[in-house]
Write a protein that binds this ligand. Structure first.
Ligand code: HEM
Length: 389
């Protein structure tokens, strides 16, 4: 009964295999019509790493690691072989080698583990990185903090169960400990699994529907926007991760029509101000009775889209931390975008938003990093082999 896998989004999902189910006498005894979400797995091996085109899971942890000084190319190969083995097991609901809490690995809940290489790692591997693999240029809106920026190795651990994600994170960090230290960690969330129908666009903590205009995994457009065709990165992609603080206390002082105008879409259902449904195409030419554009010149969607020449795939998570001082919130977006070429696709867009975007009144980037996400690998191979082998 456990093999009737469900498919959520594009990343194929299967239920954990029968041998594991046999370990669970109790659940094996009860007839179940569909697999529990905890049993669902996303394949680890493949052309691309999972966790990019996988329908976003409820919980995401992002780790930025710094390599120890003595880790050379051989050390990197050893590290990536170990981490690949951990990820291949844990994502399939199997304990890692020498797993200290093996029971915690048995409910994968669509766990994906994705690795990214920063400029320092590629240099250590004596490889040539894509030209965009560097910190982003400085933007006027930035107030970047080193404790949320840069790093040699990125690990994205995402799943629909926070305990599974925590366990996987710990196992990976234990194995990485001899090679690297933690530079930053960022924890993010979306709706809990089961709260909304799969495929519902997420909302951020401003209450906005966030992610409507986004390439659709499985389409030609997505493949073009996201997957690189260059050298060792072919089948991989570029990742921008920016921690963007959202000033909810200031946002509280803005009325609803001001909130809608700042983006150019309604909070009610994310429809453009020129339409009624979320996926209606915005009409940027439309004007009001007295001749003003309905979607204002400063509206986030107008500025982000520009002439429509650049596209990125956004896969963000919310964060909500302990507030400081007299404020009641310390919240924001772990903005994550994937694109084949950061220089050509992301930077012009961010430049436009830096020049003009009303949302800048309430948002401040406080962390920023760029990583090359290597392609996936086949069983027996390891993530990063195209650079390191
Ligand atoms: C669209 C929010 C930062 C790029 C949107 C939408 C919202 C939103 C509500 C409209 C719905 C949608 O299509 O997703 C935010 C918030 C941000 C933020 C709250 C910061 C905290 C950024 C950044 C970029 C970006 C840093 C890229 C540099 C885009 C793009 C669109 C978009 C490309 C779609 C535009 C189109 O319709 O063509 N964002 N965003 N956003 N945003 Fe952002």
């Amino acid at each position: 009964f456990l093999l009737g896998g469900a498919v959520a989004g594009v990343g194929a999902v299967a239920a954990v295999g029968v041998d594991l189910a046999l370990n669970r006498q109790e659940s094996a005894a009860k007839p179940v019509s569909a697999p529990m979400n905890g049993e669902l797995t996303v394949p680890f091996f493949g052309v691309h790493q999972a966790g990019v085109d996988t329908a976003a899971q409820a919980h995401g942890v992002f780790l930025g690691l710094d390599l120890r000084e003595d880790v050379d190319r051989d050390g990197l190969t050893r590290l990536m072989r170990i981490l690949t083995d951990d990820a291949a097991r844990l994502t399939q609901g199997l304990p890692a080698l020498a797993d200290s809490e093996p029971e915690l690995a048995l409910s994968p809940a669509r766990l994906t583990i994705t690795f990214g290489f920063g400029p320092g790692l590629v240099a250590r591997a004596a490889g040539a990185g894509p030209s965009w693999l560097a910190p982003l240029p400085a933007f006027r809106v930035d107030q970047l903090r080193p404790e949320f920026s840069d790093g040699d190795l990125l690990v994205q651990v995402a799943g629909d169960d926070p305990l599974t994600v925590a366990h996987a994170t710990r196992m990976l960090l234990k194995d990485a400990r001899g090679f690297a230290s933690i530079r930053w960690t960022q924890q993010g969330f979306r709706r809990a699994h089961g709260t909304e129908r799969p495929g519902t666009t997420m909302r951020n903590l401003f209450g906005q529907v966030d992610g409507t205009t986004n390439p659709e995994p499985g389409t030609e457009q997505f493949d073009e926007v996201v997957w690189s065709a260059d050298g060792w990165l072919a089948g991989g992609t570029g990742m921008v991760i920016r921690r963007i603080r959202m000033d909810l206390d200031k946002w509280d002082r803005l009325d609803r029509s001001g909130r809608d105008a700042s983006v150019g879409r309604t909070l009610a259902n994310g429809a453009p101000l020129t339409g009624t449904e979320e996926f209606d195409e915005p009409d940027f030419e439309a004007t009001t009775a007295i001749g003003f554009p309905v979607i204002a010149p400063f509206a986030h969607i107008r500025r982000a889209r520009g002439e429509g020449n650049e596209h990125i795939f956004r896969r963000a998570y919310n964060y909500d931390e302990r507030p400081l001082g007299t404020e009641v919130s310390e919240s924001g977006l772990i903005f994550v975008s994937f694109q084949a070429d950061v220089e050509r696709q992301f930077i012009p867009m961010q430049r436009r938003l830096d020049e003009l975007d009303l949302l800048n009144e309430w948002t401040v980037p406080i962390g920023s990093a760029v990583f090359a996400i290597p392609p996936g690998c086949a069983e027996g191979g390891f993530i990063g082999e195209t650079l390191l082998d």
